[in-house]
Design a protein around this ligand. Structure first.
Ligand code: UN1
Length: 504
């Protein structure tokens, strides 16, 4: 039973449990305020139990082969595929992304599971030459142990699998604390793990808020913390864990992502890419673009066409296939976006589109309680030190920044932020494209494409304030395994490298 008295439970050590807390919380559809379910709020004691279960389960789980561990994930892969439509709708209902994005979230999840489970049959580690012919040298990987996964609401199915799929196949056990905004999606993932028959304690779910996440971070038995979410929380986690020997945190955080549109850009590609990057997911991807750096020769035409799109993109019921932008996730976030729109005005920018408050006839019937906002687009001085053009808003809040010089100048403006997650260049000149590729300070760089839509078989991660050096998706392997340099002498003589004498 995953529900007792109508309240969804935690999944710890192979059992559904109320845990120790008295409190519950509800998940609400951000498009209409409808209640989707009530959930137990996890406590430190619940996390402590989950970590203890994961710690104990690790001893046997790590002894299985990669291939046997992957078998459990293949079951989940098939279930994700079979339930694509249904799960896509649930993602959309719980986090407000329009329906093609809801479904893509589920698709991205099974891609990650497929990659990780398929990788179980691929070579692990390296065979390395030795200076001494009779020596074999290898780099081998071992699982680190208990992995704590703290995930965001905006990819409530895909990102948990970015964290968990590789971690589990590599032999770690998991304690999963999903975002408090999307507990229903997490509940379904836990049911999938239960159905897969994965041994008790290998996968544990504790629902809840930051205090539960913090208990994971502070528990000494957690060997790796994987976090995707805001820079504010990520830096706190990285700071705390960094001080503890033997413990590791891989944090993927936000961005203030830019797109450079040069003087010879194909403007169809530019307008299309910028519209997708700025307004998909209502600007609530960490890779969403809030800065468009446009050469003066094409500025006016680009501006006219982009503004036209910003005025006309359909905001509305995310379950409706004609909708381009759903609601924001919650009232507090609407307040934050609104504050930044006001800040931009206070900083003296030239506002081009302000759909912050939608017209009454734009709001679909029955959705009056949704957290609606439309695009906010403005032009600002590319070189001014404004907060609105440098701080992450995480909404459809977009600055047009004009430049007049060469690609070096454009990339300098592009890099003038503390963040470094994603970015793009739109250009027909391969020299400009190559310059951008080599000099853009980002982890995910795109040419003639939107800067959203990364695929799982690439590393997903940022530089500067956007990451701490351990990417997600494929490359999470570095955070969930430790390497051993293993050297074996096949002769009876001890011979040393570097010409070191072995005489006694
Ligand atoms: C995020 O931005 O929060 O690259 C995750 C993308 C998706 C993942 C985004 N695959 O747009």
């Amino acid at each position: 039973m995953s529900r007792d008295d109508g309240v969804y439970q935690h999944y710890i050590d192979g059992e559904w449990t109320d845990g120790t807390g008295e409190e519950t919380f509800v998940s609400e559809n951000p498009a209409n305020g409808e209640e989707l379910g009530e959930f137990r709020r996890g406590t430190e004691a619940d996390v402590e139990r989950a970590v203890a279960a994961a710690d104990e389960a690790f001893e046997e789980w790590k002894e299985l082969s990669h291939i046997d561990r992957a078998e459990y994930l293949w079951d989940i892969y098939h279930e994700l595929k079979e339930r694509h439509e249904e799960l896509g709708e649930i993602v959309t209902m719980e986090c407000g992304k329009e329906i093609s994005e809801g479904k893509a979230d589920v698709t991205e999840a099974w891609h990650m599971v497929e990659w990780a489970a398929g990788d179980a049959r691929h070579p692990k580690g390296d065979v390395v030459p030795s200076e001494i012919p009779s020596k074999d040298a290898y780099m081998r990987r071992k699982p680190r142990g208990v992995v704590g996964c703290i995930t965001p609401w905006n990819f409530p199915v895909a990102i948990p699998f970015w964290h968990m799929a590789v971690a589990l196949v590599e032999g770690n056990t998991v304690v999963f604390k999903p975002a408090e905004q999307t507990p229903w999606c997490a509940q379904i993932l836990a049911e999938m793990f239960e159905d897969s028959g994965v041994p008790d304690g290998v996968f544990n779910l504790v629902q809840g808020f930051g205090d539960a996440g913090n208990a994971i971070v502070e528990d000494d038995r957690v060997d790796t913390v994987l976090f995707t979410g805001s820079a504010e929380v990520g830096h706190k986690i990285a700071g705390k864990v960094g001080g503890e020997p033997g413990k590791l945190a891989a944090c993927e955080m936000g961005g203030k992502n830019g797109i450079v549109i040069t003087e010879n850009a194909d403007l169809d590609v530019a307008v299309h890419s910028a519209t997708m990057s700025s307004f998909k997911t209502t600007g609530q991807r960490c890779v969403s673009s809030e800065r468009l750096i446009v050469h003066e020769d094409v500025y006016d035409e680009f501006k006219e066409r982009f503004v036209e799109n910003a005025r006309s993109v359909a905001v509305g019921d995310p379950l409706d296939e004609d909708t381009f932008m759903g609601p924001l996730i919650e009232p507090e976030h609407k307040e934050k976006v609104s504050k930044y729109n006001q800040l931009a005005k206070d900083e003296g920018v030239n506002v081009l589109v302000d759909r912050e408050e939608l017209d009454a006839d734009e709001i679909p019937e029955g959705h009056e309680d949704g957290h609606w906002v439309g695009p906010f687009v403005y032009e600002a001085d590319a070189k001014a030190d404004l907060r609105c053009t440098h701080e992450e808003v995480f909404g459809p809040h977009v600055a047009l920044l004009k430049y007049s010089g060469d690609i070096e100048e454009a990339v300098e403006i592009h890099n003038d932020t503390d963040y470094g997650l994603a970015g793009a260049i739109i250009s027909e000149d391969y020299r400009q494209i190559n310059y951008y590729r080599d000099n853009a300070e980002v982890g995910l760089a795109y040419g003639n494409l939107p800067c959203i839509g990364a695929e799982v078989q690439l590393p997903f991660g940022g530089v500067k304030k956007s990451g701490n050096g351990y990417p997600s998706a494929r490359e999470v392997i570095e955070a969930v395994t430790e390497r051993t340099a293993w050297t074996l002498n096949n002769s009876k003589d001890i011979q040393m490298a570097q010409g070191l004498s072995a005489d006694i």
